[in-house]
Design a protein around this ligand. Structure first.
Ligand code: SME
Length: 156
């Protein structure tokens, strides 16, 4: 197991424990953003929640960020629209990328589902190029699906 996989395994266990101790989804998002950020020291780690026709900034760790993102816009809006995780190795190559910070160089966005619809996204930015790969995708999907999606409590 790689160092990254070991760190993610520990995060999965922490997320499980957090979800067993607290059911409020915003409190959980806040602590999950904190543990991911503390583990990997990414540039920005946080959540946007679907509110009507927009994504609205939720709990995060890192510098100030854009507060509202429209459906289909940027990496976050694309993950929402296409209902799939999006990995961007170089944000300058992604058409429509929303630059909240010029320091951000690569990004991953993982949509979160409730009743088959996206209710939030997990967004992580790195100040280095090509930070995220299928290992990040696999574990971040696992954490969000098992421990942050309210209707999947039966999986806990
Ligand atoms: N870059 C994102 C916007 C959110 S910030 O990175 C925190 C996007 O293109 O959707």
């Amino acid at each position: 197991m790689t160092d990254k996989e070991q760190k993610y395994e520990a995060l999965v266990a922490q997320a499980k424990a957090l979800s067993e101790a607290e059911t409020d989804e915003i409190a959980l998002m806040a602590n999950v953003a904190a543990i991911i950020h503390e583990t990997f020291h990414f540039w920005w780690t946080g959540f946007y929640r679907v509110v009507g026709e927009e994504l609205v900034l939720g709990p995060f760790q890192g510098p100030l960020a854009c507060t509202r993102i429209k459906f289909g816009r940027g990496v976050c809006g694309t993950a929402w629209k296409e209902k799939r995780s999006v990995i961007v190795p170089d944000v300058e190559e992604f058409p429509g990328h929303i630059a909240c910070s010029s320091a951000s160089k690569s990004e991953i966005v993982v949509p979160m589902f409730r009743n088959g619809e996206v209710f939030a996204v997990l967004d992580i930015d790195s100040e280095k190029l090509a930070t995220f790969d299928d290992t990040d995708k696999k574990y971040l999907e696992k954490i969000t699906m098992l421990y942050l999606s309210p209707k999947s409590t039966f999986l806990r």
